[in-house]
Write a protein that binds this ligand. Structure first.
Ligand code: ADE
Length: 244
C-alpha cells in the first residue's frame, strides 16, 4: 500500500513514520510513504500557498493552484491515486471506511490548514474526511490517524497476522477488557473465569463483557451491531433496551 502525503509541513511526519509499526511495515515492504511539499508547486517568486479570504474575515485560506498542481503531478489514469482531503467538514471516519480504504492501492492525503482550503479543491479530490468533531490546527495529525488505522490492516504491516476480527468495532461492538499478570494488583483481582482454563466459558464471558461495555459506554453502537439471539437475551438480562 502506497501513501502520498501532501503537506506544507513535511518535517511533521519524519518521526511518526520512522517509529514502531509504520517503520516495520516499510521494512517489510507492506507500506510505503512519499511526502510532497505543497510549497514546491507554488509558482510565484515568494512560493505563496495562502491568501486572504474573499469576502473578508480572519485568517488565511490555502490557494487552490499549488494543491491541485501537486495532485496532478501524482499521476492519472490507472496511476491516479485515490485522493482524500482531510477536513473537519468531511465525512466522519469510522472502522468500516478504514477497511475500504485499506483495499485501495494508493492513497493521496491532502493536509489543509485549519482556517481552510479554497472550496474549489473539493472538486479535485475523491472525498473529504474528518477524524472527529473537533478542530485541529491542520490536517497533518488527521492524515497520520488515517495512515495508522489503514496501515495496520494491510497484510504484513503488523508482525504476527493480527486478529483484527476480534477488535473493537470489527463487529460493531467495543472490545472486552484485557488483563495480564499479576492476578491481583492493588486489591483488584483478574476475573476468575480468565484463570479457569475453560475456553468456552472465557469466550462467553468476553462476548458478554463486550456487550455490557458497549451498552454502558456507547449504546448508539448497539442498534447497528450484529447480534445473536443469545446476545439479545444477555442484553435484556442487564436491563439494556434494544430498538427493533
Ligand atoms: N483538519 C482540522 N481538523 C480536522 C479534523 N477534525 N479532521 C480532519 N482534518 C482536520
Amino acid at each position: 500500500m502506497r501513501f502520498i502525503i501532501l503537506t506544507l509541513f513535511p518535517e511533521f511526519f519524519h518521526s511518526p513514520l520512522s517509529s514502531s509499526m509504520l517503520k516495520k511495515g516499510q521494512e517489510r515492504g507492506a507500506v510505503s510513504f512519499e511526502i510532497v511539499n505543497i510549497r514546491d508547486f507554488a509558482t510565484d517568486k515568494h512560493r505563496t500557498t495562502d491568501d486572504t479570504p474573499y469576502g473578508g474575515g480572519e485568517g488565511m485560506v490555502m490557494k487552490p493552484e499549488p494543491i491541485v498542481a501537486a495532485l496532478d503531478s501524482l499521476g492519472s489514469g490507472s496511476d491516479r491515486p485515490y485522493r482524500i482531503l482531510l477536513s473537519p467538514q468531511g465525512c466522519p471516519l469510522h472502522q468500516a471506511r478504514v477497511e475500504e480504504l485499506a483495499r485501495k492501492p494508493t492513497l493521496a492525503l491532502v493536509c489543509g490548514r485549519y482556517e481552510g482550503v479554497d472550496a474549489r479543491v473539493s472538486h479535485f479530490v475523491d472525498e473529504e474526511l474528518s477524524i472527529g468533531d473537533y478542530v485541529l490546527s491542520g490536517g497533518e495529525v488527521a492524515a497520520l490517524v488515517v495512515v495508522d488505522a489503514v496501515s495496520r490492516l494491510v497484510p504484513g504491516t503488523l508482525g504476527s497476522p493480527a486478529s483484527t476480527s476480534a477488535e473493537s468495532f470489527s463487529d460493531g461492538l467495543l472490545e472486552y477488557p484485557h488483563y495480564t499478570r499479576p492476578a491481583e494488583f492493588r486489591g483488584l483481582r483478574v476475573p476468575d473465569v480468565l484463570l479457569s482454563g475453560d475456553h468456552a466459558a472465557i469466550a462467553r464471558w468476553r462476548r458478554q463483557e463486550s456487550l455490557r461495555r458497549t451498552w454502558e459506554r456507547r449504546p448508539d453502537l448497539l442498534s447497528r451491531a450484529r447480534l445473536s439471539d443469545e446476545d439479545r437475551a444477555f442484553l435484556r438480562s442487564i436491563g439494556a433496551r434494544l430498538d427493533g
